[in-house]
Design a protein around this ligand. Structure first.
Ligand code: HEC
Ligand code: HEC
Ligand code: HEC
Ligand code: HEC
Ligand code: HEC
Length: 191
């Protein structure tokens, strides 16, 4: 076999193996992405909420604790979203009609909480995280066992708009339960 025939055999052989490797790697990348999208890619931007409520301003700048607003998170199933009355605890009527000092941004956004007669209206916040109805998720035991908000929700304190950063699909839940000796029988999460 001279050099020329060797090259004629080798070139397609190398080409074929490169194609095979690309296909196999591609398959696994796609497959793992499909079953659990990597957190770095995120899950797209958070929704546009009826009021531009920035966690950054409240948590990082004003230093308000998560549980000040999400009051039930240590004791109940749902963390709960604060009612408008709770916003008005800090942003009172006077501030909203501009007679007291508050930032223009805050005043403009908070004005949307009131109807024409000046009554505060409930806000239809758009849900960011949501497990299907057949799944039971309870916040309390997680917080009581030292799982931090950040573990599941990412660094909300630095989010202008809350977005989902962790998969939180069944495999994700079960993997963490297994690693922490938390229950993994079906009835734990499914009624
Ligand atoms: C001043 C009140 C306030 C504080 C403090 C606050 N939040 Fe919130 N949070 C809200 C409001 C209002 C919403 C609903 C609007 C939204 O999604 O941005 C919300 C939404 C969320 C959501 C998304 C809920 C969903 O629909 O899935 C998460 C997660 C969250 N907060 C976590 C945190 C964490 C973690 C902290 C502390 C680092 C925190 N919050 C501090 C008021 C607050
Ligand atoms: C514990 C006090 C406190 C509570 C409760 C609170 N806020 Fe604020 N909020 C602040 C402070 C402090 C600022 C920063 C100063 C300012 O802009 O007035 C602020 C700023 C804002 C801003 C302007 C943000 C910006 O980009 O300048 C909006 C909008 C706002 N708050 C909405 C809300 C809503 C809606 C709620 C209820 C879900 C709420 N706040 C509950 C203290 C609070
Ligand atoms: C083990 C993961 C996990 C941890 C830890 C966790 N969450 Fe959640 N959170 C979720 C899941 C899953 C949902 C969606 C629940 C549903 O659809 O019923 C959710 C929903 C929420 C919501 C919106 C719905 C509701 O429950 O009111 C808020 C607000 C929230 N979380 C805040 C927090 C805060 C604040 C902390 C920390 C004190 C925290 N979460 C810790 C997984 C977690
Ligand atoms: C980061 C780790 C982690 C993740 C992610 C996680 N969990 Fe948990 N879960 C725990 C721990 C730790 C406990 C407490 C177990 C105990 O009481 O000893 C727990 C407890 C629970 C309980 C109460 C179990 C009982 O009866 O004591 C339920 C229900 C639950 N988790 C559902 C879920 C669901 C649904 C998801 C996904 C959406 C999820 N968890 C994601 C760590 C996690
Ligand atoms: C730690 C919590 C947890 C446990 C334990 C768990 N699941 Fe799930 N399961 C989930 C969550 C969260 C979802 C919804 C998200 C998803 O589709 O992955 C889900 C979804 C499902 C679905 C619907 C899948 C789909 O495509 O819609 C089925 C079926 C299911 N689980 C069966 C089971 C069975 C059977 C077991 C016991 C072997 C089990 N689960 C144990 C959390 C759990």
């Amino acid at each position: 076999m001279n050099n020329n025939t060797l090259i004629k055999v080798m070139v397609p052989a190398i080409g074929l193996s490169v194609a095979l490797v690309v296909a196999v790697v591609g398959y696994f990348v796609l497959q793992s992405w499909w079953s659990s999208p990597p957190a770095v890619l995120g899950f797209g931007d958070g929704p546009t909420q009826p009021i531009a409520f920035p966690h950054t301003t409240h948590v990082t700048d004003a230093g308000i604790d998560c549980q000040f607003c999400h009051r039930k998170v240590t004791t109940d199933e749902a963390a709960t979203i604060p009612a408008v009355a709770q916003c008005l605890f800090c942003h009172d009527f006077g501030k909203i009609d501009g007679t007291k000092s508050t930032s223009d941004t805050a005043a403009a956004e908070l004005a949307k909480l009131f109807d024409d007669s000046g009554e505060p209206q409930p806000v239809n916040w758009i849900r960011v995280h949501r497990v299907p109805d057949h799944v039971q998720f309870v916040h309390a035991p997680h917080i009581q066992n030292g799982v931090s908000c950040t573990t599941c929700h990412g660094d909300v304190a630095s989010m202008q708009v809350v977005e989902q950063v962790r998969n939180l699909k069944m495999r994700d839940c079960v993997d963490c339960h297994r690693d922490n000796n938390a229950p993994t029988d079906c009835a734990t999460c499914h009624y």
